[in-house]
Each structure stands twice: as structure tokens, then as C-alpha cells.
Design a protein around this ligand. Sequence first.
Ligand code: GTP
Ligand code: MN
Ligand code: MN
Length: 552
Amino acid sequence: MRTASCVELTLLMLLEWRLRHGYQQKKSMIQSLMLGKVSKVFLGQWISEPEMEKEMNDRYPGCMAGRTMFVIPFSMGPIGGPISKIGVQLTDSNYVLLCMKIMTRVSPHLWETLGDNDFVKCVHSVGCPRPVKRKVMNHWPCNPERIMIAHRPEQREIMSYGSGYGGNSLLGKKCFALRIASVIARDEGWLAEHMLIMGLQNEKTGEEKFICAAFPSACGKTNLAMLEPSIPGYKVRVVGDDIAWLKFDREGTLRAINPEAGFFGVAPGTNFKTNPNAMKTFQKNSIFTNVAETADGGFFWEGMEDEVDKNMAITTWLNQKWHIGAPGKAAHPNSRFTAPASQCPIIHPDWEKPEGVPISAIIFGGRRPTGVPLVFETFSWEHGVMVGACVKSEATAAAEFKGKVIMHDPMAMRPFMGYNFGNYLQHWLNLNAKPHKVPKIFHVNWFRVDSEGSFLWPGFGDNIRVLDWVLRRCAGEQGIAEKSAIGYIPTKESFNLTNIDLKWDELFSLPKPYWLDDIRESRRFLEDQVGTDVPKTIWKEIEDQEKRIQAM
Ligand code: GTP
Ligand code: MN
Ligand code: MN
């Protein structure tokens, strides 16, 4: 299975690709975009310096002619914090400037904080110099045929051409906070991950625990981070909804910061029932991209049908007249809201704490319609890293495919990996060393379906029940888990099932043929895509898992 998701709109297909050798000196990394095409590559593509030079010279000279160039000094993480990093972005897009002010900390004082120190150099152009020769649609200048999102990880440089899409143009986000930061993190001994960070406070004892969760794009991070619990007992607060920078402190506690200052969230499906906290966050000072507009100047997207007047005149994201019930979509499926995190009603009071919050558990997950239970706990850090490396998820299929496909998205980082994936796994494994107290690692799946295709798990606010079990395991509670071939599974008696009707056995069943197939397919994937760079420890974990499944 080698397909590209258009969900993040960052992957693509250009030039030479070398995953097996991964990052090599004097190579740059390219993430570019060709909408509607399926990528033949998986974990990033690499190009030599001379070839890169040629591609740049073909694009950049004169690319901002006639436009205003903005210089944006920004900090990822609280300004001056020990884990924070500074970047400077040039851009010829006013949209990008406004969004950067929401998503990062932009301040003239940054120049003083920066002094003579190094910073991440970010250049962005929509690739549409004036006088404009191409037709500009809906005031959205871009140059889709020539998009090239390039990174020089060793030089800490990002060059982005031709695209105004968030992931490609708000360079602090995926380009810096994940691709470049993962390389800095490798060099400095920490982690930059595609993870939410949330706090769960026990309302009885007042004790609070923080967790991180890594799910692929459009698999529920923003929703989980802002969850409204369906059962009493926990106060939930969000620290971050997309990216976490994790570092062990001197005592060996893993701490996480959210390097961002805003939420860039999927709009469709967001409403006052599914995610009221997100709705409340973007009522002011927010920017909406590729959504529809109501006649009275409000925003609209699929999922908001019950929240606007049925007869409201609506203009779609493509500037066409539309009304609720009419054919076609009002908003693009990946349309987004951009809102200041500080406006979220459940933002954690410590969300800007420079040293971060202590992490008790890491959770991986994806969209797995069959085979994969609601939750399991891995046996060890090493087993957990293997489980993370084998994360898969159902993608909305690209145009060439009929139906849906399950794609690998290792560590939920497939489009965001800044260096060789084998080395990345080894880096994770190396972190389990004194004095580090590594957190427990879990895997969840909100998306298992029954034979009729209906979700077996209600999800959203009920996900608190899973987190409750996770936290109890972290607290060392015994007798609430049973060992299985793939990890510890909750016992039905121990799980909070108040006011909920469940097909428990179906939700937790582990079909042997499915899991045998799964582990063999994962092995093939790693052999194919990472080859000799896969750490021995990961092969050992895969062998052991296969033996346990054989013995089922
Ligand atoms: P990125 O911002 O792209 O990284 O994605 P994300 O991980 O933040 O995903 P998001 O929270 O925006 O959720 C994406 C989709 O998953 C939305 O359509 C949600 O309605 C759906 N979703 C989220 N949580 C659940 C859940 O618990 N159950 C089900 N069935 N769907 C969910
Ligand atoms: Mn994301
Ligand atoms: Mn999100």
C-alpha cells in the first residue's frame, strides 16, 4: 500500500526519493504538493544540493515582484522558554502574516531575545509575481503546478513556494515544529511529535495527570484534546491540539510543551454538539479558510446544518450560491479554522509554562474499521515504539482509488518526518535510559465498526472512559487488565460502562487471522520502506508479537 493522503495537503511527488538512505549530508528534503495525484513515496523525498539549487533558481528570482514582503519574527513555544525556538519568516502573503500572528508568538521584542543566536530561516512565496499572468481564483494567489516545499534540515532552513495552504505556508507549524524540529530534537535528545497534550484532573482528589496522543491527520486529536466528559470525575483541559515538543527534565520526568499559540483545526463536523469548546474558541479574532459563508456574514460548513436558519442563503467555498439540502458540499472537507488558543474556554492555566507539563502516558491511534480493539496497553517502552511504528489509518481514498484504503502512518508522522525513519525509531528507543522515567504507551481506536458499518464505540465525550482506564493503569491499579497477544486489554468489570450500551466482545475481539496478517504486513512495510535501518530491537518486538499471535 503506497498512497498519499490529501488530508494534510503536504505530500507530493517530485524528483528523487531516497528513504532507505534517508537524510544524507548535503541533501535537502522536499515536501511538495500536487493535488489529486497519488504519491509513490512514503516518508519524505530527498534531492541533492545542485539539483535543489536548480529548482530554486527556477522559482525564486523575482517571485515576490510587485507584492509586499512581510518579515515575521516568531517564537515556537513561550518567548525565551528553555524548550522554545525562534524563527523568522519572509512571506508575500498577507493571509500568512495574519495566520502566523495567531498560530505562533509574533513580537518585535523577539529581536532582543534572539540577539546573535541562531534561528530557523523560513522563506515563503505564493509564486505569483505582479503583473499577474495567471488567472487568480477567489483572491487566492498561488502557483499549484510549481509548488515546492523544501527543507534543509542541517541548515535549519525552509523554502516554500507556490502554496498558500496552512501546512505549506504557515512555516512555524509542520515545516518547523515537526520536520526541522524533529532533526533538532534528534541532535539535542528530545522529541518533536504530531501529538495533542491534555490535562485530566481528578475532581475528587484534585490530582492532575497529563497525556499526549499521536493520531494521524483528521483522526481526532483536536476533538480529544477539547473533550467534554460524558461521565463525572474529571476536569479536562487542553494544552495543545496538534504538536508536542517533549523533553526529559533533570529528574527524568518527560515534559511537553505546545510550541504553537493557536488551533488550526478541521472545520467540517465541528459544531456545538461535537466540539463546543472549539466553537467557543473561534467566535472572534479567527480566520476561516475554504469554508462557506452565510448571507449575514457568518461561517458555515458540513455539520452546522442544525445551527443556522434552514433558508439561509449560503455561498460555498468555491463562491457559488448554495443552500442546506442542495447537492454538493458547502465547505472543502479539509477547510480549517485558525483561532488563538488563549480564547479556548478550557485552555489549561499552565499551557504556556516554559518548562512544560509532566507526561504520564503516550497514546497512539488511528482509524481502524476492523480488528483493532478500543484500547490496549503496550508491554514496555520498546513494544510501544514498535506499536507506534506500525500505526495505520483509514484514509479518504485519493481519486485513483475506489473505496477506502488503510495506510501506514508511522508514529502519525508520515508526512512530517525530518530524517531517516530507522534512525528516528532508534532515537525513541535510546530515550529509555537512566534517569529517564519513560511513560506507559497505549493504543486506541475510536473507529471500529460492526458488520453493518456502524461505529461500535460512541467516541467523543465517551472517550473519557478510555482515558479513565489509561490513568488508572498509569497509577498502577491491578486487576483491571488482562494480558493478550498484542498488549493488556481492559477487563469489562473494571471499565466504566455507566449509561452506555456496548457490544463489548465485538469491540475487544482479537481475530487471530487479522492479527497474523497485520504483523506480517507491518514487517513487509518496514522491510520495504526502511530496510536495514530498522533497529534490531524493533525486529525483536515484531518477532515476539508474531510468536504471541501464533500461540493465540
Ligand atoms: P489534524 O488537525 O489534521 O491533525 O487532525 P485531528 O487529529 O485534530 O482530527 P480532528 O479532531 O479534527 O477530527 C477529525 C475527524 O474525526 C472529524 O470529522 C471528527 O468528527 C472525527 N472524530 C473525532 N473524534 C472522534 C471520535 O471519538 N469518534 C468518531 N467516530 N469520530 C471522531
Ligand atoms: Mn495535524
Ligand atoms: Mn487538529
